[in-house]
Write a protein that binds this ligand. Sequence first.
Ligand SMILES: [Zn+2]
Ligand SMILES: [Zn+2]
Length: 268
Amino acid sequence: MIQNLHTHTTFCDGKNTPEEMVQAAISLGMDSLGFSGHAPMEPPGNWTMTDVAAYRREVLRLREKYAGRLEIFLGLEQDIDSPPQPDPWDYVIGSVHQVWKDGQALPVDDSQEVFLHNVETFYGGDCYAFAGDYYRRVGEVAERTGCQIVGHFDLMTKFNEGDRLFDIAHPRYMAAALEALDRLASQGVILEINTGAISRGYRTAPYPAPPLLRAMGERNIPICITSDCHSAQDLLCAFPQAAELARCCGYREQMQLTAEGFHPVELV
Ligand SMILES: [Zn+2]
Ligand SMILES: [Zn+2]
């Protein structure tokens, strides 16, 4: 069964309409597809949805239209700073895209230049102090969003291919990340292996990094593979690579969503 639960469309910052995504999923032989539009957040971003009601209507229309050909799930990527969305969702991905420092929202994944500028300006150039604030929020994301899946756990490494900005083996970095993992492990949430930064050319490997993936396995944290795609052509980007990474880090199963909820299936 091929599934991807982390996808974006023209309702937020994706390139393709939901229907184009559905048609691509069918032609790729996928069994199911979940939409996870970016929920509105504070401060407003130009990458979040402006009409959540229309998004819901369109996904529910497609679910009916393509019934029997593709199972479609209505999800939401809820930022830790998104106001609560009262409507029912099939699932929620909880993500941290910004940290707050001195009353300002600092984006985590905007660009390398913005990241370095903010670390320099607000943290005196200390990436590990930024990591402390980032992972404190990630540790809270399940409690704050009520999510079933935590998005891109180590997003702050988006521009750090080859450890060019900071060392992920640094004790302060690992301590911050492991504290977040411990807190999430107690929440019973799924963490994703997310290939989104590969399709966008920022990285050659998925999130999270292998040491964190092994630490997740030791804590019995379940996983699911997603591509966080912003276009139909990336629906299954690097899925075999992600599955191989999971196996190398000790995983044998991933979680899949069905009409009855999440259940484990063998990694293939
Ligand atoms: Zn995200
Ligand atoms: Zn996303």
